[in-house]
Design a protein around this ligand. Structure first.
Ligand SMILES: CC(C)(COP(=O)(O)OP(=O)(O)OC[C@H]1O[C@@H](n2cnc3c(N)ncnc32)[C@H](O)[C@@H]1OP(=O)(O)O)[C@@H](O)C(=O)NCCC(=O)NCCS
Length: 231
């Protein structure tokens, strides 16, 4: 436990340019103080002293505005910056060297049972106000943008932004999901189907007023019109 606390202290000193000394972090950083309490509470929780563990974390929440369930599994070198409004649920798993900013929720969607909360792998950054919901996995080294709502797994070394969260960078390069470029358009599909039926009926009646699909471009349409006139 002492080793983990030392690693958390070191993480605050390394990751926060505003941190001037060990004592400043120990005495004034709510994120560090809540982690110390969590480590004690988690130790008790594992030894079936669940009520005492919950009591410690309830008091820690009162003083820091950060709620961590003592059953959550949290690695070392964690940096919680600013603190207020953070919720870390019961079945959350957090790896090592993870950074968490104010307003983050690592919570459940309300739809899952058993493992209901996220798994955050090593070296992830969860930015201010981000919500990661459900038993999703955030891959090693990924960044969750401020204000994002993440409901799906995120591969390693990605940047995710928006609501719902979408991958915008992978391994430091811009990422375009090609699937998104070919979204089905049910209205256009239906209009094309109707056009085909009209063309079929016109064939049967021997008239040729409408001969092309609306998805063809205007140039094609003009060419068709010209050839109709020639006939
Ligand atoms: C996501 C973040 C970490 C940047 O990661 P990055 O991998 O360097 O990504 P980039 O800055 O290159 O941004 C990639 C794209 O996402 C967009 N983007 C970045 N952050 C965003 C956010 N929070 N919401 C929506 N879009 C965002 C950028 O505009 C860019 O879009 P573009 O490709 O159309 O130009 C950063 O923008 C962020 O959200 N930081 C918050 C840190 C924080 O919580 N600080 C609180 C201190 S108190």
């Amino acid at each position: 436990m002492i080793k983990e606390i030392k690693a958390d202290l070191q993480a605050a000193l390394e990751k926060d340019p505003a941190a001037k000394s060990k004592w400043e972090v120990i005495l004034t950083y709510s994120g560090f103080r809540v982690l110390v309490k969590y480590r004690i509470a988690h130790w008790l929780y594992k030894r079936k002293r669940t009520f005492l563990a919950r009591l410690i974390m309830a008091r820690a929440k009162k003083h820091t505005g950060i709620e961590i369930h003592p059953a959550a599994v949290i690695g070392h070198g964690i940096f919680i910056d600013h603190g207020s409004g953070i919720v870390i649920g019961e079945t959350t798993e957090i790896g090592n060297n993870v950074t968490i900013y104010q307003g983050v929720t690592l919570g459940g969607t309300g739809k899952d049972v058993g493992k209901r909360h996220p798994t955050i792998e090593d070296d992830v950054m969860v930015s201010a106000g981000a919500k990661v919901l459900g038993p999703v996995v955030i891959g090693k080294g990924s960044k969750i943008g401020a204000g994002s709502v993440v409901l799906k797994d995120v591969p390693p070394y990605c940047t995710v932004v928006g609501v719902p969260g979408r991958v915008v960078k992978m391994h430091g390069k811009k990422y375009v999901d090609e699937m998104d470029q070919k979204l089905p358009d049910p209205i256009l599909d239906e209009l094309n189907r109707l056009n085909k039926r009209i063309a079929m009926l016109e064939d049967q009646l021997g008239i040729h007023a409408c001969r092309y699909s609306i998805s063809q471009n205007a140039e094609n349409q003009e060419q068709n019109d010209d050839s109709q006139k020639d006939k």
